[in-house]
Design a protein around this ligand. Sequence first.
Ligand code: BES
Ligand code: MN
Length: 460
Amino acid sequence: MPNKTEALLYANENLPKFKSDLEDLVKIPSVSTDPNHTTDIRKTADWLKSKLSDLGFQETKIIETDGHPAVYGSYQVGPNAKTVLIYGHYDVQPADPIDLWKTEPFEPIIKDQRMYGRGASDMKGQIIASLAAVESMLKSGGAPVNIKYIIEGEEEIGSPNLAKALEKHADLLRCDVILNPDAGMISPTSPTIVYGLRGLAYFEIIIKGPNRDLHSGMFGGIVQNPAIVLSKLIAGMVNEDGVIQLPGYYDSVEELSLEERTELSRLPIKDEDLKEQTGAKKLHGEIGYTSVERVGARPTLDVNGMLSGFTGKGSKTIIPAWAMAKVSMRLVPHQDPKVVHQQLVTYIQNNVPDTVEWEVIQHAGGPAAITNREHPGVKALSEALEEIWHQKPFFKREGGSIPVVTEMQQIIGTESVLSGFGLPGDNIHSPNESLHIPTWEKGILALILFFYNYAGGYEN
Ligand code: BES
Ligand code: MN
C-alpha cells in the first residue's frame, strides 16, 4: 500500500543521493542547439530512460523525433487511478560566454547551498526533484496515481519537432493532468503557481551589401554600409516609450482587466529586487505598465545578438559585406507567431533602403499559454506547496516560454499545472547558473504531497 509518511521519510533520508543523481545529469552537456553535442543529447536520453526503468516504470522508451529524441515512461498502478504526466526537458542552453563562468559549467559543484552548473536549475534540477519524489513513493509502497513521463530534448530551441511526436504518440500520453515544473518561483519564501507563459517568435535578419568586405577608403562614400542599415531598422522597431512599431503588432493584444491588474499588483515583487537581479543601471519597459505586467502580460521585442564586419582585436578598415541580427519577440495570448513574422517582413519592406538585399529566417517558437486555475491539479499542488512552505502560493504570469504547454492543450486536450523550484537569482541562460538546494529539497517533499492530494478526493 502507498504510504505517504514513509515516502516523505525516504525523501528526507535520501537527499544526498538525489543530489548525486543531479550531478550525474548536469555532467552531460546536452546543449540542444549545438550539433557538436548530438551524442551527449543521446547519452542524456539514455540516462533518463535507464533511470525510469530502475525506478520500476513498467514501460520506458526513447521516442524518436525529426530532431533530438524524447524519453517516455509509464508506471501504472491501475485503470481506475488518475494519471499524472510529468513533463520535462533534458536539453540545456549553451554555456557561453564560457570565460565568465567561475567554475566549469558541466562539472557541478556545491557551494553556499547552491549547485553550480548549466541546467542545474533549468531544468535538470526540476526533473530530478520530480524523479526523487517518484522514487520516494515507489520505495514506500507505491504511488497513489499512475505516473507518466515525457522528457524532451529540444525545448531550449523552441521544441520544433515535439508537436509531431505528440500527435503520433497521443495515445501513450493520455492523462488527467500534466505537471510541468519548468516555471520557477518568485522567491525562496514565496511558492508560486504560474498560470500564464508568453509565446515566442524568433528571427534572423540578414542585410547584404557589397559582394565582399570592401576597403572603406577606396569605396567608403559610394556604397551603403549594411551594419548601419540594420542598426537603423532595429532602432526603429521600438520607440522611446518601449512601444513596438511593427505594423499591427498590438492589434490582437488583450488589455489586462482591472481585476487581474489588482491581483498582479499584490505579488511580492519589487522593482528594487528586479533591478538588483538584473544588475542594470535602471529598469526600462513599455510605458503605462508595472514590471510584473510588462514581464507577464505585455509583448516585447529584443535583439539577442548582432554580427557584422570586423570584431577582432585591433582595427581593420572595411565596409562589411553583410550584417545580421537575431531578433525575437515574446508574445501574449492571441498573438500568432506567423502573423508576427508577416508584421516584421512588412516593417522591413516599408523601411529598408533599395541599396541592399535582405532576408528574414524564422526560427522555432510558439504562441503564449494561459492555463486553467480551477483545475483540480492546481488545487492539489496549491495545498501541497502551502503545507511545506506555510504560505499560500502566489499566482503569477511568467515571461518565459514553454511551447509544449499550448501543444498539450491542443493535441492531447490536457491542462498543465506549472510550477517549479528555480529562483530568479539562479542565472538561467546566463553564466554561473545554479540551483538553490534548500528550496529544491522542499520542492521534492511538496511534489510527494501533490501526488497524494491529487489522488485523494479531487474529482477530475
Ligand atoms: N524554464 C524556461 C521557461 C521559463 C523561464 C518559464 C522563466 C518561467 C520562468 C524554459 O526552459 C525556457 O527557457 N524556454 C525558452 C523557450 C524558447 C526557446 C521557445 C525561453 O523562454 O527562452
Ligand atoms: Mn530555459
